[in-house]
Structure formats: structure tokens, C-alpha cells
Design a protein around this ligand. Structure first.
Ligand SMILES: [Zn+2]
Length: 530
């Protein structure tokens, strides 16, 4: 898949004379280890060889080639009295803003990422630059530091630093800051960025040639070829989710728009996005129970899959993705309880109030078994519908709160429900492969209305339909709230086989996702009849 276009005319237009003189005269192989394997990007499902650091998304892609030692790094010269050989210069790199193609000396290579401009600063993919010039890039998980080194120089920046941008697991950094620190000069001409060891710059005439070679399009913001974004096989963090959502919005600006429905107790945005162009709305939300965060990545994976299939005009199992997303708009809140998810994934020390969290009871799995918020309130008992106090006190799960809708996450979801016209509401949990769809407290005429559609969903997914007259004991449930006040179809979908009161393993994601792969398409079809 590596795409190399040999450009024979390039040497005629080189003005970075020292570098290219070396390239022309030397018959030796390039001292720089270049990409000898295809990068991970073009793969339809990018798999990662290591888990992303928590809580930050992985800011560096796995190296496509292990860093190799310099050809002659530390050996003393055997003939010290001989004139020293011509110093080896790194190859000259040329990037074009908005183009995935880059030039390394006389080769054009697809790096699968596009440099972009933001606030008049050009951002380039750090690992690509550093490894292309023969340096190395490392990520130190413990400190979140990204370190680029070349010869005796190094550049380091925190992955949390606002100067860097992480898209799709790739870190983009300001090109001058990176390269000048490493002893390179940077030339710029109308979207063409040239990087040379020592001092050199690109001129007008040369830039014109590069524009053709590099397929320069004139984009000055990120533009990506549609491809898979979400990796569902790793522990899916809030930060990774936000990074993926931002990336998807850039990739599908006509299909996806991002907003926040409110703030959590710890101040996190409750990120939401719309997917689709239709005028009938369907609300999907996930992970109101912290340990059930696999429901978040399921919704993200679904959005990723549907948007890509829309772009490619695909059909599956009799459903056409374009038809679906042209007729409905999904409003997706993948992570209703990000504070709780942070606690499950990163422990009590990562919370805003660790002493308080540590004073609350956990189940036998410790914080991995947490369902509640950072206040110890179970959101699915906290909604303002026939709420009554169950007593008890804040804990890992089951506490309904001091009063109805006491939690900001509850109020944000209630506001979304009350301020949106929608036809279907689905809350995704993770335990049991069953669907709860009716309760004894709402208008019971809804049973007859919803029953055939629930039967269809259960038939197509293989999930079990729970009884409509189940004894819920008390309410405060989110989907009861929807039925009670909005009289709309609302269901709780338990995605996974039941394993235990701890997170379902991501390694088994495919088993989880397959039966419900068409759930959004089924909803989009049912909406026609509601
Ligand atoms: Zn749950």
C-alpha cells in the first residue's frame, strides 16, 4: 500500500542544494530508515499494538518501523588521521498543507495524514517528520511527554499541552517549534512547507513544482479521507472519545456536528453529536453506569461505521446507510457519566475529590465495579419521575440521590429530552443482552403501540424482550421519564452477555457489536411508521 512516485524531474528544481547535492552524488542507501512497511492508517480497521495511555489518548502512533540505530553511531574512527568524510545530511522533507503526500528527497510518499494551518501556524505530524529525518519519537506514558530527538538535540512537549493537537492518535505540532529545536530550517511558500537540516528555504519557483508533485489542493484546515477512526478494542476513555468525535466532525462535516449538553459534577463537558441529515430525531445515549463504558465505544463505533458506509454508499442486510442517514438524525450522547468512567479507568486518585470517593463503599471489584457518579449517585435512579428516596447513602451504585434530579448529569439529560422532538430514545447499558421497554407507571396504551416494533428489534438482534409489567419497585429511571412525560418509544438495551459487575472486556467487542450492528438502521426504518 505504500505509494511511491518517483519523480525524475525533482533534482532540476532543487534549491536546497547541499542536501540534494549529497543525494545526487551519493550512491549509498539513504541513512534514514524510511517507511518499509505500510503505515497503520490506510488499514480499514487500524489496530494498535499498544494500549493508549490513560487518561490521555495515545498521542503517537505506533512506529511503522522500529527505530534503527544510526549506521555508524559511536564507533571511533579507525583512521583518525584521514580527512573526515562529508557529513551526512538528513533528507529534505516537503509537506503541503492539506495533502497527504510528502516528499523525501526524490520520492513522493503517502503518509496518510494532512498538515494543517491553525491561527497562521502550520502543524505537521510529529512522528512522520522525526522518523523521516532519521530521528526518533518516543512517548513516555508516565509523564505524558512526547520526546523527539535527532543527533544530540531533542524536543519535548507534554501530550496535554494545548500547542499540540492529537487527531486519530497522531500528534500534530507546530512545524517551526519542532524543527528549529532539532536544528532544521523551515521554509514556507503558499502552503508548501520545506524542512532541511541546517539552513535552506523553498522559493516561489520550486514551490510551484512541489504543488504539482504533492497534489497540493489549497486546503488550509484539516481534511481527511474518510476512514475508520474508532478503535473499540482498547479501554475507551473520555479523552479518546472527544478526540474521536472531533476527528469525525472534521471528516464528515455534512453529517456530524458536535455540542455539549451540560457539565458533570467534575466539570467535564457531556459531549454530544448529531449524525445524519434527516428531520426525524432519535436519541441514543450510553454509559450512564460507569463500569458499562463499552456502551460508549459501541455508539462511537456505530457512528464511525455508519458515516463511512454513508460516504461509500453501502448497504448491509437489506438496509442502505444513505437512505437511513438522509431520513433521520441521531442525537448521540455516548458517555452520560464521564466522571464515573474516569474513576473506573483511573482510580480514585484521578478524581477531583479523592478523599470523598475513598470514603464511599465499592463492590468486590473496587473502583472497576463503580456504576455511580463522582457524587456516588446512581443516575438511573435519579430522574424526576415518580422518584422517591430509597434511603441509603452515596456508594458505587443504587443510591438514588438526596432528591429527584439532584445530579447535573440527570438534569442535562432531562433538558435534552424535554427540549428535543424525537421519536425513539435508547439508553445503552452492558449487562444481559435484553431490552427493557415498558413500565407500569406510564400510559399503558403505549404497550400496544410499541409492542410490534420491540418484537422486531428483538427478532433482528436476538435479544430478549423483558416483560412489560415488570415490578420495578420504584422509578427514577431515565427511560421511564421519557415514556411518562413524552410518551415516546424508549428502551434500555443491555448490550453484552452478563459476565459480572465489572467492565465487559474490550477484547470481546466484536461479539458484543455484531448482534446489534444494525440497531440504528432498524430504528431509522421504524421511525417511518411512528
Ligand atoms: Zn446499567
Amino acid at each position: 500500500m505504500k505509494k511511491i512516485i518517483t519523480v525524475t524531474t525533482i533534482l532540476a528544481v532543487m534549491i536546497c542544494t547541499n542536501t540534494f547535492a549529497y543525494a545526487r552524488e551519493s550512491s549509498q542507501p539513504s541513512p534514514t530508515p524510511l517507511y518499509t512497511e505500510e503505515p497503520t492508517q490506510p488499514s480499514p480497521m487500524p489496530l494498535y499494538t499498544e494500549e493508549p495511555a490513560q487518561p490521555s489518548p495515545t498521542p503517537l502512533q505506533p512506529s511503522p518501523t522500529p527505530t534503527q540505530p544510526s549506521p555508524t553511531p559511536l564507533q571511533p574512527s579507525p583512521t583518525p588521521l584521514q580527512p573526515s568524510p562529508t557529513p551526512e545530511l538528513s533528507p529534505t522533507l516537503v509537506y503541503a498543507v492539506g495533502s497527504e503526500l510528502m516528499c523525501i528527497n526524490d520520492e513522493v510518499i503517502n503518509m496518510w495524514e494532512r498538515p494543517f494551518v491553525e491561527n497562521e501556524i502550520t502543524f505537521v505530524p510529529l512522528r512522520n517528520v522525526v522518523e523521516s529525518i532519521g530521528g526518533r519519537a518516543d512517548y513516555i506514558e508516565e509523564t505524558h511527554m512526547i520526546i523527539a530527538s535527532f543527533k544530540d538535540r531533542s524536543y519535548s512537549v507534554s501530550a496535554d499541552d494545548p500547542r499540540i493537537h492529537v487527531y486519530n492518535g497522531v500528534s500534530f505540532v507546530p512545524v517551526r517549534e519542532l524543527c528549529e529545536t532539532l536544528g532544521f530550517s523551515v521554509g514556507w511558500n503558499d502552503g508548501i512547507v520545506m524542512i532541511c537540516e541546517g539552513s535552506a528555504a523553498v522559493g516561489d519557483e520550486a514551490a510551484l513544482n512541489y504543488k504539482t508533485m504533492l497534489n497540493y489542493t489549497g486546503y488550509t484546515d484539516i481534511y481527511y479521507t474518510p476512514r475508520r477512526v474508532v478503535n473499540p478494542y482498547v479501554t475507551y476513555s473520555y479523552e479518546q472519545m472527544n478526540s474521536d468525535i472531533a476527528f469525525l466532525q472534521k471528516m464528515y462535516p455534512d453529517l456530524i456536528s458536535v455540542f455539549s449538553i451540560g457539565k458533570t459534577t467534575e466539570g467535564r463537558d457531556m459531549t454530544a453529536f448529531t449524525l445524519g441529515k434527516g428531520d426525524k430525531n432519535i436519541i441514543l445515549c450510553g454509559a450512564m453506569h460507569a463500569r458499562e463504558y463499552i456502551s460508549s465505544v459501541f455508539l462511537m463505533y456505530m457512528a464511525d461505521t455508519y458515516a463511512l458506509a454513508y460516504t461509500n454508499n453501502e448497504s448491509r442486510d437489506g438496509y442502505n446507510f444513505r437512505e437511513a442517514l438522509d431520513s433521520v438524525k441521531f442525537i448521540i450522547v455516548p458517555m452520560v457519566n464521564p466522571d464515573g468512567i474516569n474513576l473506573v479507568q483511573n482510580g480514585y486518585e484521578s478524581t477531583k475529590n479523592p478523599d470523598y470517593i475513598r470514603s464511599l463503599p465499592t463492590n468486590e471489584y473496587g473502583y472497576r465495579g463503580w456504576k455511580a457518579t463522582a457524587n456516588g449517585v446512581d443516575l438511573n435512579n435519579n430522574f424526576d419521575v415518580l422518584w422517591y428516596s430509597k434511603g441509603g447513602s452515596p456508594s458505587f451504585g443504587g443510591y438514588s440521590g438526596a432528591y429527584a434530579a439532584s445530579e447535573p448529569e440527570t438534569r442535562a439529560m432531562q433538558d435534552l429530552i424535554n427540549n428535543t422532538n424525537f421519536e425513539i430514545f435508547a439508553s445503552f447499558h452492558s449487562q444481559g443482552q435484553v431490552i427493557y421497554w415498558m413500565d407500569p407507571n406510564c400510559n399503558q396504551d403505549l404497550i400496544g403501540k410499541f409492542n410490534p416494533y420491540i418484537d422486531r428489534i428483538c427478532s433482528e438482534t436476538g435479544f430478549e424482550k423483558m416483560p412489560s409489567d415488570g415490578d420495578y419497585g420504584y422509578s427514577g429511571y431515565m427511560t421511564d421519564y421519557v415514556r411518562y412525560y413524552k410518551e415516546k418509544m424508549a428502551m434500555t438495551i443491555e448490550l453484552c452477555p452478563y459476565t459480572g459487575d465489572y467492565p465487559y472486556p474490550e477484547s470481546d467487542f466484536d461479539t458484543v457489536a455484531y448482534p446489534v450492528r444494525n440497531i440504528g438502521l432498524i430504528f431509522a426504518d421504524i421511525v417511518k411508521y411512528l
